[in-house]
Design a protein. Structure first.
Lengths: 193, 193
DNA sequence: GTCTATAAATCGATAGAC
DNA sequence: GTCTATCGATTTATAGAC
């Protein structure tokens, strides 16, 4: 064990800032959170943030990447834990109930996207990420269908678009009306099998 | 023709402010538009705005009501103009292509909702409006189904939630990736008949 | 690399004149 | 009722010390 190089402490600071930003953005929203608050909660000053991220937007994008990766893992784990088709669908429903809307994930994605859609660089980034995410969901759907031996009534790509869009729409509405059930997501999935 | 009473000029100013705010909010977004810009574009000063609306949030809610009413009328007109089932579905598809996402409507609704979801008064307002809108869509669906003699495969209420959620999700994504087609909305509708 | 200090700009909202 | 002027608070981002 040698002492950390400059590069390593830099990466460590960046990681801690990302962790904190993720937590605060999810709790309070993107617009309502100042860069200063993120820095303070992480035990740094604003300068440290701007030493690791060029702009607040860049920090926001990095946070979104982080959350998306984590949730994708949690979904994959939840789904693949179940054996047969019916329990996989049920597992998906349970995951959706916990992850769509009220935890702030959807809301953060959407607030960021709508608030920064005029910023030239960010906009193209968001578009690229959307396509990657859709493709990933389509792959997951296809793989699951093959594994379980079911044939889809539409292309995996179309189903992925529908699932993602419906999830976004439900999540947005649940952000200010948590009583709205996510049942329709499971309905959509069942109807497609 | 007598000269306008104080009440009438007040209402006139309010109307002009609403018109202008609608246009600017749709074009530039809610957060990016200052109260001062709305006032200036309408030919007034900020004071006139705050004489007609208590806060910027209240102005935002009034704008949303206005737009929603107008779009609801345009949808009803588009749908009822067609005679048989197939052409009504097609009319709906054409309306969706023009109204979901790229015109800024969905984006404005969603940006406002996600940015103000922590504001106590606004939040309950949004929830009430969501329920009213869902009920209105459910009514429209039910009425159309009865008129055309088709039976739905699920409750009109559930279908309304799905249509609205899918529309919101597609609209949000189209805001930064306009190439995403709205086809799935029509697919969903067809599948429910 | 990080911190302190501050720039530079903007915003929502209010007070008082007219 | 509307306008002018301004408050007061906050923001992102930067410059220079350490």
């Amino acid at each position: 064990m040698t002492r950390l190089t400059r590069k390593e402490t830099h990466a460590q600071t960046r990681e801690r800032l990302l962790e904190t930003a993720t937590r605060v953005f999810l709790a309070d929203g993107y617009n309502a959170t100042s860069v200063e608050k993120v820095a303070a909660e992480a035990g740094f000053s604003k300068g440290a943030v701007y030493s690791n991220f060029a702009t607040k937007h860049e920090l926001g994008l990095a946070v979104l990447d982080r959350v998306r990766l984590e949730r994708a893992g949690s979904l994959a784990a939840a789904v693949s834990g179940a054996a047969d088709l019916e329990s996989r669908v049920a597992a998906f429903g349970a995951w959706a109930e916990e992850n769509i809307g009220d935890v702030g994930w959807t809301t953060l994605e959407v607030e960021f996207a709508t608030s920064t859609r005029r910023v030239p660089g960010v906009r193209t980034d968001l578009a690229a990420r959307r396509r990657a995410l859709t493709a990933a969901v389509a792959d997951l759907v296809e793989q699951q269908a093959a594994e379980l031996g079911v044939t889809l009534r539409q292309s995996a790509e179309d189903l992925a678009v529908q699932l993602l869009s419906l999830g976004i729409g439900l999540g947005v509405q649940r952000a200010f009306d948590p009583e709205l059930p996510v049942r329709s997501l499971v309905d959509l999935l069942r109807g497609a099998l």
